[in-house]
Design a protein around this ligand. Structure first.
Ligand code: UT7
Length: 320
């Protein structure tokens, strides 16, 4: 049994096409000032002809390279997404094929909306600690533009597309120190996309629906609570945390959580301004951005946390 699992490489990918607040001003009744003040978002990246698999692959090869391993060293693939290219097989199996990994000890998709990455990382951590795999590839990827109604100003300003990946490996050195995942199915109505395919037809609304204020309140409470629990589980304090790497949904949510926790907002990694809410991709995307620009360094104590439809939420305390 491995004592720990440790992140040994990160990668991310954003499509080239952008959608700025000025672009949105031409599409719906909104303005740059309102969007920046209420959300902190200035830009989003959207897929053109790219698939979710393309984005996942592009982030994966960077994480594998950063980990200094080869793709065939990967034994487990978990792809967190709500916008997979096909009903089946999973994105993870398509990715396995594209990466040239002949047989793995498991490849599956994780559906926990914006909490998907923390869910996937927690599951991979426990699988590694139980000796089910040595090297795991965990990806958060979403093409939210597929399920956004670009006539609905309440949602279309918020979301973008992208992917982020990490390689998590068995280690004798401390890596993931604590993890928690939660769900409360009584909140399904405040954020959902309820369409399904049956008998050759799309049934239900294929666009994301959201009660923004209810989501906002839930997110602040859940993210605050899980941060306190994680440091408590690991027997440390919030002052020991070098960086919080949260789900990137809205600057005001991140500021409200920092204030409630009395945690310096300068130590919260914030990339939402550049790409909006990329759902399952947002945490690994923020992590990789901060690693690549040398903000996050080897040995730093990180608190990753996310919240999303379901409602689902959770987090991990990580020695990087
Ligand atoms: O991963 C989780 C995903 N979801 C989230 O993170 C969303 C969390 N919620 C939020 O971020 C915020 O609730 C929003 C940014 C969605 C909305 O901000 P708000 O401060 O809660 O605004 P509101 O819904 O209370 O709306 C205030 C006003 C309304 O007008 P009236 O009724 O006061 O006349 C809205 O119709 O702002 C209006 N409004 C807009 N105005 C310009 C709503 N959307 C827009 C818009 N541009 N895009």
């Amino acid at each position: 049994m491995s004592k720990y699992s440790k992140i040994i490489g990160t990668g991310s990918y954003l499509p080239k096409r952008t959608l700025t607040n000025t672009d949105l001003e031409r599409m719906v009744d909104t303005d740059n000032e309102w969007i920046v003040e209420r959300t902190g978002i200035e830009n989003r990246h959207l897929v053109d002809n790219e698939t979710v698999l393309d984005m996942a692959y592009n982030s994966a090869i960077k994480a594998i390279e950063a980990a200094n391993i080869v793709a065939t060293d990967i034994e487990l693939i978990i792809v967190a997404t709500s916008t997979q290219d096909s009903v089946m097989p999973s994105t993870a199996c398509y990715l396995q094929e594209r990466l040239g990994i002949k047989v793995a000890k498991g490849a599956f998709d994780m559906q926990a909306a914006c909490s998907g990455f923390v869910y996937a990382l927690s599951v991979a951590d426990s699988m590694i600690k139980n000796n089910l795999a040595k090297n795991a590839l965990i990806i958060g990827v979403d093409a939210m533009s597929r399920i956004i109604d670009y006539t609905d100003r309440g949602t279309c300003i918020l979301f973008g597309d992208g992917a982020g990946a990490v390689v998590l490996s068995a280690s004798d050195e401390p890596g993931i120190l604590a993890s928690r995942i939660y769900s409360d199915g009584s909140y399904t109505s405040i954020l959902n996309c309820d369409a399904n395919i049956a008998a050759g037809k799309v049934n239900g609304n294929p666009y994301l629906q959201m009660d923004g204020q209810a989501v906002f309140k839930f997110a602040v409470k859940a993210l605050t609570k899980v941060a306190k629990e994680l440091v408590n589980d690991a027997g440390c304090n919030l002052e020991d945390v070098d960086w919080i790497v949260p789900h990137q949904a809205n600057t005001r949510i991140l500021e409200a959580v920092s204030k409630t926790l009395d945690f310096p907002v300068e130590k919260v990694i914030q990339t939402v301004k550049y790409h909006g809410n990329t759902s399952a991709a947002s945490i690994p995307l923020a992590l990789d951005t901060a690693v690549k620009d040398n903000t996050i360094k080897h040995g730093d104590l990180l608190l990753l946390k996310g919240v999303g439809a379901g409602f689902t939420w959770g987090g991990l305390l990580v020695r990087f």
